[in-house]
Design a protein around this ligand. Structure first.
Ligand code: FAD
Length: 315
């Protein structure tokens, strides 16, 4: 049975849905272990057991967070070696991808990013060239490192489980090795909305919102969704750059993506076309966005979105 190692960084008080997805995927591929950095609450420890991890490894040093990603790579490399992992799974965040790339060098392992599913033989499926092709790829190296896009696996607890073995991986204190250090962290203003890359529903607005994201935000709040945007909207300063979806923004894969006043340029598609259901609202019936939409509404966003919000609020 293949050994599969999942990296979870700073789980906080409870595991995020994307972490549960990684644990579920790992279990489907073999004997899964977790390498976790940061504090592990009782709820997180219970989730590791519930999702079938056979071992939980933590670093001996506690200062990894103060030094960007390099010390986390050292920890993960040591954890991969000690578990004999054939597959290492990370989330598809920018940091997850950076760790994956550095770990690939460290272990001489192939790295595949933006993965949406993995077969039992370790073959990974992903879209390439801004979503023009779906490919199946497999690393030729003994160890493969995969970063997994959120919302592509249904999180499921294991049918039977037991308490995972606890272990510590010896790593040098990060401060002992010369490295770039984090000197300050800026607290994000909490919006109360789900994280864009993790959200089950995303409502995204584009240039068609003409500087007024109110209707997008109201619909998002009625649906419990995250707010996304095209680059035209973020470049115009109508919404934060954090909300940009696309080739140079975030990649999302929600159950439902509502695109409002967005034309569907290839760079926007690259970040959202693996969404399960795409609903597009655009006043131009010829807009390319309708080529990828499952449901299309030809209409003005300032009519359609408030009507949708009002209907949802009635339920
Ligand atoms: P437009 O293309 O101007 O489309 C606006 C749409 O709104 C039109 O279809 C119009 O019919 C519709 N509309 C207007 N008014 C209304 C109304 N009242 N009601 C309904 N519909 C209305 N773009 C991204 O999104 N993400 C990226 O990550 C990204 N990266 C890029 C990287 C590179 C290297 C380059 C070159 C470009 C990148 N772009 C990216 C930009 C991309 O090419 C497009 O320019 C951008 O996506 C267009 O945004 P938009 O669809 O909001 O605007």
């Amino acid at each position: 049975m293949a050994k599969v190692l999942v990296f979870i960084d700073n789980p906080g008080s409870a595991l995020k849905k994307s972490s549960l997805e990684l644990l579920t995927l790992a279990r489907s591929l073999g004997d899964s272990a977790v390498a976790v950095n940061g504090d592990v609450s009782d709820a997180v420890a219970a989730s590791f057991a519930e999702y079938g991890a056979s071992a939980v490894l933590r670093p001996s040093a506690q200062d990894l967070d103060e030094y960007l990603v390099a010390p986390k790579v050292t920890f993960l490399a040591a954890a991969a070696e000690s578990t004999g992992a054939a597959i290492v799974l990370l989330d598809n965040s920018p940091e997850g991808k950076e760790i994956a790339a550095r770990l690939g060098i460290r272990l001489g392992a192939g790295v595949i990013t933006d993965v949406v599913s993995v077969d039992s033989d370790g073959s990974a499926h992903k879209a390439v060239l801004a979503g023009s092709y779906n490919t199946t790829c497999k690393a030729k190296t003994p160890v493969s490192i995969l970063t997994i896009k959120a919302n592509n696996v249904v999180p499921e607890p294991a049918a039977a489980h037991s308490t995972p073995e606890q272990g510590t991986v010896d790593v040098p204190a990060a401060g002992a090795v010369p490295a770039a250090r984090v000197t300050a962290r800026e607290q994000k203003v909490a919006s109360g909305r789900p994280d864009l890359t993790d959200a089950r529903i995303v409502v995204a607005g584009g240039r068609g919102m003409d500087g007024n994201f109110g209707p997008v935000e109201e619909l998002a709040d009625a649906l419990g969704a995250a707010v996304g945007a095209s680059r035209a909207a973020t470049d115009a300063g109508w919404i934060s750059h954090d909300a940009q979806v696309g080739q140079t923004g975030k990649t999302v894969s929600p159950q439902l993506y509502i695109s409002a006043g967005i034309s569907g340029a290839i760079q926007q598609k690259a970040g959202m076309q693996t969404s399960k259901v795409i609903v597009a609202v655009n006043k131009d019936a010829e807009s390319p966005v309708f080529e990828i939409a499952d449901f299309g509404i030809v209409g003005d966003v300032f009519d359609v979105l408030p009507q949708a919000t009002a209907e949802i609020k009635k339920r």
